[in-house]
Design a protein around this ligand. Sequence first.
Ligand code: BGC
Length: 447
Amino acid sequence: MNGCADPCREGFLSRLRDEFLVTRADARTIVGNFHQEMRRGLAGQPSSLRMLPTFARRPRGTERGRLLVLDLGGTNVRVGEAVLDGNGRAELTAVDRSVLPREIMSVSGAELFDFLAGCVDSFLRERGLDDRRRRDLAFTFSFPLEQSSLVSGRLVNWTKGFTVPGVVGKDVAALLRASLARRGRERIRVAALVNDTAGTLAAGSYADRACDLGVILGTGTNACYFEQAERIETCRAGGAAEEMIVNMEWGNFNRLRTNPWDELLDRTTSNAGRQRLEKMISGMYLGELVRLVIAKMMAAGLLPRGTNHAVFATPYALTAERLAAAVRSADPAVALGIDGAFPWDGEAVGRICSLVAARGARLAGAAIAAVISWRDGELETGHVVAIDGSLFEKFPGFRDNMREMLRELFGPRAAGITFRLVPDGSGIGAAVAAAVGPRTGWGAGPC
Ligand code: BGC
């Protein structure tokens, strides 16, 4: 390392700390901007928050049922059977989980839905449920949907690196039905089509009435909440004093301060200019941000190149799991595959990983604060936030940083906000939404 490396490196790291900082003042601005964008989105005006009506209602907790569940996430697909006991308890039994093959992100639409129908078909066959009976299926689809009812919705756009052609603008429930029919499974009825956040909220509020916000912090990020139906101007749901789940698509929120690394990352994505908040928070992008920083430092001689060049030369090769391992490790450089580093190199690498992840967590905390304060400005009641996703579940320190953000914004009143991990909530909640059923009188189009 040359003579300037240490001071240069300290300078670089301290600039990096400023670039990834989210101060309390920044967070307050984000909360204010969120409220403006929420208002616009609900009124059907241009907004980076889509505020999509889902036609899913608040469960009572007494719904019963046994339904098939198909849950397409960003990284996994799950098929299972959900059982709701009518007493606030619901579970996913007999689950088949598989990691989505990478190629599936860009095959044709028919191939994607045939693959999903194939997963349902094998699930039924393997359990001897091959009796061709009429069955209800709850379908969780973790992408933005413009819904016209609880059982139909068009894909608005792909996110999380998916580029499957021929699906945007189409009703994904109809595409699934067609693929199921090709397998001789035409007796399976799509009883609910829900976004994964809506599923998480439905599952959380089935178990606990105080739950009013559903959040995903995984490969992608998003949230939904219960809104007074009459405030949603983009669908015919007014009149009745009832609540509907609104899918915010907060990953697309864009009124925030980005840094040069965010710009660099965004430019190379298949959805440049969109999902800006998601690209600062979620598991798909945290590793990539760190990779960009470390690759730059290596090129500038501020870190040794090590022997594992492929990880730093290949986009998205550095995963969030790897980052989590580095944060946990006594030698973060080795955990990332930088062999031959000195202890102080390892320390620098650890600082970078923590910095990038902490910003993501603080932004997630600020976004949660925005939605809670939209519902309850003075925090007069307690709030339970149902959360699912590997970042929240497994990334060291992530939830502590989220909490800290809430404390900075709300002071002692933050204690009234509870985070509740709802594992498999996205799938279970789709079954809950199906069991609650549609409400007559609610429909697509402005009131
Ligand atoms: C999608 C959302 C989804 C979130 C979490 C985002 O990329 O746009 O619809 O809820 O990921 O899976």
